[in-house]
Design a protein around this ligand. Structure first.
Ligand SMILES: [Zn+2]
Length: 611
């Protein structure tokens, strides 16, 4: 215990140093013009329980996933850990990747423990908390000194990292009093099976019969993020040592220098790895790690689809090489959706908090509406949505194998919508996502409320109403997306001048009163975005943050090319449905956002006639 206390004291001292050194640290990154030298500490996240999503697609997806993880059979969840420890293991195998000797035994266990803890924090549901408590104790009982679980296990680093996240969330969000002691034992058991350092992922599959302990597909470079958290919470130096040992400095250093080393690398796990660099920056204050995530983000953005997704066939391509456009003809695995979106949300949350640059919120919003929010719900038997498909004539399908990685991340990201909505600093609140919600936060020592009502991004109007304990001075910061030319803000019916500039946060500082109404109008500009220079006639149609995808008749075959002007002039259905129509010489084509597509065939990108 004395170790823990002295570690905590050191951490506090470090925190003060970090706060003093902040301006220097941010200013030292001179290569990135998008960095705002705010001289301030990062924006704070709200707690999960401070954002109540109201009716809408985000709330629906969160509820579905809460129900899914709550219904998972506990004996099945614990079976890979029990069998591998040579213990009695009642119940059936869960199936698919999760099985005791499956592709990734027990790999989602920690993620589902995280998700349950987060849903408990959101809803306060006692059943959810009780399940977390049982899982922590059930798992603790399987840990043995030999680390039997990790013997001949393909993914020791991956599985251990998710367990760390789950146990930390069980402690922080469900108040589980056994979680940290279990974390210490879990770390002892796993450590001998971890590689000596961050091992680059080999790009070739493991050959039959090859020793699985070679970590060929493991993702050890994602370990530090949770280890920094664990160090902060426990003060245990072993976590700081593990965090440092697995920092992938060869990769981060190259990105920080502006050297694009992404092409050919496994996409999701390297973006997830960038969250370790973000935590390294926040924990150690080393400017290189901030430069790495900023430059890394730019390199990802330069090779993203219009949806915000990236990494066809799970790998990064060379920007402007024509590879992205070429992928539309043959690669159905366009974007690893729940895992990729989870990593993208974390990265953009860190970047937004550190730099206060609204474009990271724009990027998060695109990924939200055009990818993960349109994922098919996970079925109780483990069939899960994995890849978004951007080929012509695509369909939403389940992955071949049950309980894949993406069934671990979808329940977590749906819980994280809550903490991605708004952020705070001592001067006020930042509204990042315009989603129907009731937000509470602490301002000037009082509990303040913000009610957001909107049908955005289907409608351009967002109404926000304040609920305050009395008159309060603070700043309300509203993200104005870069595409939102002509945005307007009215407060209590009076239009604010000058109009807010797109591509930043519009700040309104004043004495606010309870009942004040803020109306935001974000004109949902329709525009075309090309895929790359090598494919000039291939474009996506956007309306606000939404990519409108063409719905194809099943027996249509290849869809005919359209004039650009016809596509751009697509009209929303007058009856209020989430459908658009673009006129052609011969009739019209139907377009829908990704989240409104179910069984239909669709094309994310459209061929247009040479102009
Ligand atoms: Zn996945």
């Amino acid at each position: 215990m004395s170790n823990i206390n002295s570690g905590r004291r050191k951490l506090l001292a470090f925190g003060l140093l970090a706060a003093r050194g902040w301006r220097h640290a941010v200013a030292a990154v001179s290569a990135k013009p998008s960095v705002l030298d705010t001289g301030a500490a990062p924006l704070s996240e709200l707690n999960y329980g401070q954002v109540r999503l109201s009716d809408g697609p985000l709330d629906r997806q969160a509820r579905e996933n809460h129900r899914l993880v709550l219904d998972l059979d506990e004996d099945s969840l614990l079976r890979p850990f029990r069998v591998r420890a040579g213990q009695h293991a009642p119940g059936r195998e869960l199936g698919g990747w999760y099985d005791t000797y499956g592709f990734a035994p027990g790999a989602n266990f920690g993620q589902w423990m995280s998700a349950l803890s987060r849903y408990h924090a959101i809803t306060g549901d006692a059943q959810t908390r009780a399940k977390v408590n049982r899982l922590v104790r059930g798992y603790a009982a399987t840990i043995d000194a030999k680390g039997s679980f990790y013997i001949n296990n393909r993914f020791p680093a991956y599985t251990y990292d998710k367990l760390v996240g789950g146990l930390l969330d069980a402690d922080r969000l469900s108040g589980d009093d056994a979680a940290l002691a279990t974390l210490a034992r879990a770390t002892e058991a796993a450590t001998p099976y971890l590689p000596p350092r961050a091992v680059p992922r080999y790009e070739q599959p493991v050959k039959h019969g090859e020793d699985l302990s070679e970590h060929a597909w493991d993702e050890s470079y994602t370990i530090p993020e949770n280890q920094f958290h664990a160090w902060r919470v426990t003060g245990d130096q072993r976590h700081l040592e593990l965090a440092r040992r697995f920092l992938y400095d060869e990769f981060f250093g190259a990105l920080a220098r502006g050297d694009n080393v992404l092409p050919g690398k496994h996409a999701y796990s390297h973006v997830n790895g960038l969250s370790s660099a973000a935590q390294a920056y926040l924990s150690l204050g080393t400017p290189m790690y901030l430069a790495a995530i900023q430059q890394g983000f730019e390199m990802i953005a330069a090779q993203s689809f219009a949806t915000g997704g990236w990494g066809p066939d799970e790998h990064f391509v060379t920007p402007d090489s024509g590879a992205l456009g070429a992928s539309l003809a043959r690669i159905h695995k366009s974007f690893e959706t729940p895992c990729g979106a989870y990593a993208h949300f974390k990265l953009t949350r860190y970047l937004l908090r550190i730099t206060r640059d609204a474009r990271y919120g724009d990027s998060m919003e695109r990924v939200l509406y055009n990818t993960v929010l349109g994922a098919k719900p996970i079925e109780p038997d483990g069939h899960a949505f994995y890849y978004s498909d951007y080929t012509r004539g695509a369909k939403k399908i389940f992955f071949n194998h049950r309980w894949p990685c993406c069934s671990g991340t979808l329940p977590m990201i749906a819980a994280d919508y809550a903490i991605s909505t708004c952020f705070t600093d001592p001067r006020g609140i930042y509204v990042n996502l315009y989603v129907p919600a009731q937000v509470t936060w602490s301002q000037n020592g009082g509990s303040c409320g913000l009610i957001i009502e909107t049908d955005y991004p289907y409608a351009s109007a967002v109404l926000m109403t304040l609920r305050l304990p009395g008159a309060q001075v603070f700043t309300l910061n509203l993200r104005i997306p870069a595409w939102a030319q002509g945005a307007e803000v009215s407060i209590n019916g009076k239009r604010e001048t000058p109009s807010p500039q797109p591509g930043g946060f519009a700040a309104f500082r004043r004495e606010w009163r309870s009942g004040d109404r803020i109306e935001l109008e974000l004109p949902l500009a329709q525009r075309l975005e090309g895929i790359d220079a090598a494919h000039p006639q291939t474009v996506a149609l956007l309306a606000g943050p939404l990519v409108l995808m063409r719905i194809l008749d099943d027996d249509d075959g290849a869809a005919a090319a359209l004039p650009r002007a016809s596509l751009l002039a697509a009209q929303r259905d007058r009856g209020g449905k989430h459908e658009w129509r673009a006129g052609t010489g011969a009739g019209s084509v139907l377009l829908k956002p990704f989240l409104d597509i179910s069984e239909e065939s669709y094309s994310a990108y459209q061929d247009v006639l040479p102009s």
